[in-house]
Design a protein around this ligand. Structure first.
Ligand code: UDX
Length: 432
């Protein structure tokens, strides 16, 4: 058992903290947002993630996890300090590291014995060095410490199982003492461990996410070629993905990637490369294809319905992907805002993201519905934006009757075009 303090109880911090507690470690989660800590202390979870609330409750009960707003308390009572604060993008695409810097300072000022200070947030390469310099500067009592990087690869919606069953654990360290401690806290996880220097660990995170985003944009570019040539993207990516060197994952064409990670990480990586003196033009193209994908889809809606003014369009799915309420960089935002601009009336449904959607899109121009059937009722067409399982099981005959015209424009390819045709739908999807 090791004592771990996680600073920042956002998505990554809270999942990581509760998983380490689940593995038997003693965890203190610290956040300067008193509201969040109050919710957590009262047994609630401020974010939506399947299984998280249960995991937190179990570990609170077992006294393996606790919550505090006091960094000094967390640091003094732990040997490993994980910095998991947010690293938001700045307007120019650079990564804002002010929260990381502030936490590094605060940790340095209060530490009273040897600590391993770990960067858990996604940070540009060489941030570890900067954190080490900062800590040295504010570490008045010359306490011994090590810096490390432990990049995370958690997907929203499956974050707990991604943490407990990872493809690999990357440990970036510069001392054998820190290596031993960080290997030990992951002992119970069955996964290969790769130990690297700190800069390589930092780059692995950027490289992995940017590569996955590249795969998605490649599939989307292919989808456009499929539409132009009459081929079927689902068959093309299946055939490609069966080559073990390529792999089938992250080749689903659709509305492009959204969320809090890929858009931010790709933009951040372009900027980091530029600062280092390398023009990563390939990634700019990945971004362009991603943006273009939403525009092409909007055009598909317009081509199908022609004039949008005064027409009611039903939207299924608002979250950036299924099993999350996260609306950050969700394609639904662009799509809905553009449809409203064209004068369309919007009815929308999402199983969990309605509250977050209202914060971004408001509720004056959108009628939020309680289920897909209410959306379909009186709409000119249904537009599928997020591939929730619930939508795959829709009673399509009932939907056809409720719609003014049986039109479905599917941005996620969840239905079989032949079956839809048989049911009498005008069905348009992506790349087939
Ligand atoms: C991602 C990474 O997977 C994770 O390792 C990292 O730590 C954080 O960012 P997440 O943002 O939760 O996780 O979502 P993910 O499931 O990877 O999907 C990202 C986006 O890509 C979504 O918008 C999704 O709809 C899109 N996507 C994914 C596709 O368009 N096609 C695909 O084939 C796969």
């Amino acid at each position: 058992m090791r004592k771990i303090c996680i600073i920042g109880t956002g998505y990554v911090g809270l999942v990581t903290g509760s998983c380490y507690a689940h593995l038997g470690h003693k965890v203190i989660c610290v956040d300067n947002n008193a509201d969040k800590i109050r919710i957590l202390k009262a047994g609630g979870v401020p974010i939506y993630e399947p299984g998280l609330e249960k995991l937190v409750k179990e570990n609170v009960k077992a006294k393996r996890i606790s919550f505090s707003t006091d960094i000094a308390y967390g640091v003094k009572n732990s040997e490993i300090i994980l910095i998991a604060v947010s690293t938001p993008p700045k307007i120019d695409g650079k990564v804002d590291l002010s929260f990381v810097e502030k936490v590094a300072r605060q940790v340095a000022e209060v530490m009273d014995s040897y600590k391993v200070i770990v960067d858990k947030s996604t940070v540009p390469v060489q941030t570890g060095e900067k954190v080490a310099e900062t800590i040295k500067r504010y570490n008045k009592h010359k306490i011994d410490f090590d810096i490390a990087s432990l990049p995370e690869f958690l997907r929203e919606g499956t974050a707990i199982s991604d943490f407990l069953n990872p493809d690999r654990i990357v440990i970036g360290v510069s001392s054998s003492r820190a290596e031993k401690i960080l290997k030990e806290i992951h002992e119970k996880i069955k996964a290969p461990v790769i130990v690297t220097d700190i800069k390589s660990a930092e780059l692995i995170k950027h490289a992995a996410n940017s590569f996955l985003a590249t795969k998605i944009s490649f599939a989307n570019a292919l989808a456009n070629i499929c539409e132009l040539s009459g081929a079927d993207i689902s068959l093309v990516t299946k055939g490609m993905g069966m080559d073990k060197r390529i792999g089938e994952q992250y080749l689903r064409a659709g509305l492009g990637y959204g969320g809090s990670c890929f858009p931010k990480d790709v933009a951040g990586f372009i900027q980091i490369a530029k600062e280092l003196g390398y023009d990563f033009n390939l990634l700019r193209e990945v971004e362009r294809i991603n943006r273009q994908q939403r525009k092409i889809f909007l055009k598909k809606i317009e081509d199908t319905l022609w004039v949008l003014k005064e027409k009611t369009v039903g939207i299924l799915g608002l979250a950036f992907k299924p099993n999350t309420d996260d609306m950050r960089n969700a394609p639904s935002i662009d799509i809905i805002q553009n449809l409203i601009k064209e004068g369309a009336k919007i009815k929308a449904y999402d199983p969990v993201a309605e509250k977050k959607a209202k914060e971004i899109l408001g509720d004056s121009k959108i009628t939020y519905c309680k289920d897909p059937y209410e959306v379909a009722k009186g709409s000119e067409a249904l537009v599928i934006v997020t591939e929730w399982d619930e939508f795959k099981k829709l009673d399509l005959e009932r939907i056809a009757k409720l719609l003014i015209h049986p039109i479905i424009i599917d941005g996620r390819n969840i239905f079989d075009p032949k079956k839809m045709e048989k049911l009498g739908f005008v069905y348009k999807s992506v790349g087939r």
